[in-house]
Design a protein around this ligand. Structure first.
Ligand code: DGI
Ligand code: FE
Ligand code: FE
Length: 193
């Protein structure tokens, strides 16, 4: 993919996001790029996945639900209660159909960037972590340490991010998606081995 193509993609993404979300998107794109350099993952794939990860984020709840129906995407019980979660699978669908992304690993990284999943690819981990640590983020606890860890030990970093995210959701009494919980338990075990 040429620079020209990424530039065109950026313009298109920008048209579908508000200013704050677009700034976040660029932060994720370049942070994913930096992590790709560190872990020898295809740089362009990381940039594209970062750029597109939230492409469905700014659709209204109603529109998200309607598009899932139109595109035959399953809406789980937890997604029904928390339609915000749908931007991940809807984003993956839109990346494939509207941005012509053929690479399954990129599509998968977008689809699971919110909950994670057991057995994520290195690209998937990179997008998940970049989403959490990009420079515009400032709310998570221990961000300095998590940012450092991302470039030192990606599985340990992933575990800390999953643990802190889950703890945060629980304090807020949010409905925990089964995939969020499953991912946390999976990487807890990976780390303990
Ligand atoms: O789209 P972003 O805000 O950049 O980040 P994201 O895709 O990780 O979405 C973050 C939001 O998703 C945040 O408000 C927490 C929420 N979230 C993640 N996992 C779960 C969840 N919300 C609920 N209710 N349950 C989950 O399992
Ligand atoms: Fe997101
Ligand atoms: Fe995001």
């Amino acid at each position: 993919m040429s620079q020209l193509k990424i530039d065109k993609m950026k313009k298109k993404v920008q048209n579908h996001l508000d200013k704050v979300r677009y700034e976040h998107t660029l932060g994720v794109m370049y942070t994913a790029g930096a992590l790709a350099m560190r872990y020898q993952v295809d740089l362009e794939k990381a940039l594209v996945a970062g750029l597109l990860h939230d492409c469905a984020k700014c659709l209204s709840t109603d529109k998200k639900l309607k598009l899932c129906e139109k595109y035959d995407l399953t809406v789980s019980a937890s997604e029904r209660k928390n339609p915000g979660l749908l931007h991940a699978k809807l984003g993956a669908y839109i990346a494939e159909k509207k941005y012509d992304i053929m690479d399954k690993e990129i599509i998968d990284a977008i689809a699971y960037h919110t909950t994670g999943r057991p057995g994520m690819t290195l690209l998937g981990k990179i997008v998940y972590i970049a989403d959490y640590i990009e420079p515009n983020r400032n709310e998570a606890p221990n961000l300095d340490e998590v940012r450092r860890l991302a470039f030192v030990d990606i599985d340990k970093c992933l575990y800390v991010v999953l643990k802190d995210s889950l703890a945060y959701l629980k304090t807020r009494n949010e409905v925990i998606d089964p995939m969020t919980e499953e991912t946390y338990l999976y990487y807890k075990e990976v780390l303990e081995k």
